[in-house]
Design a protein around this ligand. Sequence first.
Ligand SMILES: C[S@@+](CC[C@H](N)C(=O)[O-])C[C@H]1O[C@@H](n2cnc3c(N)ncnc32)[C@H](O)[C@@H]1O
Length: 329
Amino acid sequence: MPRKTAARAPTDNALAEKAEREVRAALGNPRPRRLIPPGTKGDDTLRPLCRIIGGKRASAKALWARFPEPSTIRVYAEPFCGFAAVFGHGVQNGYLRPGEQRCILVDISAHLIALLTAVRSDPEGLLYTCAMRYAEAYARDPKLTYAAVRSAWNDGKNRDAAMYLFLRQTLFNGLWRETKYGAMNTPRGDTNGLRLPGIEVAKAWQGALQHVELIAGDYTDAVSILEPDDLAGYCVYCDPPYLGGEVNYAHGGWTEADLIELVKWCAELDERGAFVGLSNHDHPLVRDALEAHWPRALISPLEERRAVNSDGNKRGPVPTVLAHSVGRP
Ligand SMILES: C[S@@+](CC[C@H](N)C(=O)[O-])C[C@H]1O[C@@H](n2cnc3c(N)ncnc32)[C@H](O)[C@@H]1O
C-alpha cells in the first residue's frame, strides 16, 4: 500500500524559494570575498555605496592630483560629502589614514549621514534588513513597492537607514529630490530588481569610516567645530550642488546667493592657510563669483561625466571647473 505523504504546501514553498532567490540577488554574490587592504593598486572596493547626482568617483584621481602632498595633510574635511567618493579614493590609495589624520565628513542630509553611520556600525545588518524587507516585493511589483515605500518615507513615522538605502538604490538616476515641504518626490528609476552594494564594499566603508567625524549639518560646521586661526595642514574639498541644473538635493535648494557665500567662505579658509578645493558647473555665474570673491584661486577645468536632466535628450556631460588654493605646499 502506498505510503501516505504529509500534505505539502507547494505554493508556499515556491514563494519562499523565490523570496530567498530575490534576497540573494539583492545581496549580490554571498560568497565572502577576500578583503583587499586599502592602498592596493587597482582595488576599488571603496567605491561609493550609492549613486548620487554629481558624484565624483570619475574625477577623484584628478582631484587628488591637485590636492596637497598627502603626508602634509593633518585634517581632511569634505563639507558636501554626499557618498564621499573623493574621501574613499583617498583612503583606498593610502593618501588618507583616518585616525592618524583627522577626517570630517559633513552633509546637510541627515538621512545620508545616518546611512553612512549605519554602514559604519553594522554593514551586514543593514544590507540584510534592506534585502529581507524589500527585495522580494520589489521583484514582484517594482512600481507598487517603490510607491508604497516612498509614501511610507513621506509619512515620516518609520524612516530608517534600510528604507533610505532601498529608495536610493531604486530612484531615478541618483537624484534625491524633495518638494519645498520636504516630501521626497523622485520617480522610480529603471532598475530591474533591487541591487544593493556588495557586502565587501559595505565592509570596506565600515573600516574606512571608523575614525571619521560624520556630521549632519551645514557646510560651515566642518571647520567651525575646530576654529583655529591657523589652518595650515587642512585640506578642505567642497562639492556643492551645481547651479543651473534641475538638482535640488533637499528642500530649500541651492541658490546663486548660497554659492557666493560659499566662495567667500573658501577664500577665508584659504587666507587662513588651508588648502581649499571647490568644484562646480563651469558656468558664467560661477566664474564671476570666483573672480569677485576668491580672485587668487587657481581655476582649471575638471572633466566630469554626469547626467542632470530627467529629459534624456538634454542629458550629457556637464563641464565642471575646479577652483583651488595655489599649489601643493
Ligand atoms: C554634488 S553632491 C556631492 C557629491 C560627492 N562629492 C560624492 O562624490 O558623492 C552635493 C552634496 O551637498 C549636500 N549639500 C547641499 N547643501 C548643503 C549644505 N548647505 N551644507 C552641506 N551639504 C550640503 C547635498 O546633500 C549633496 O549630498
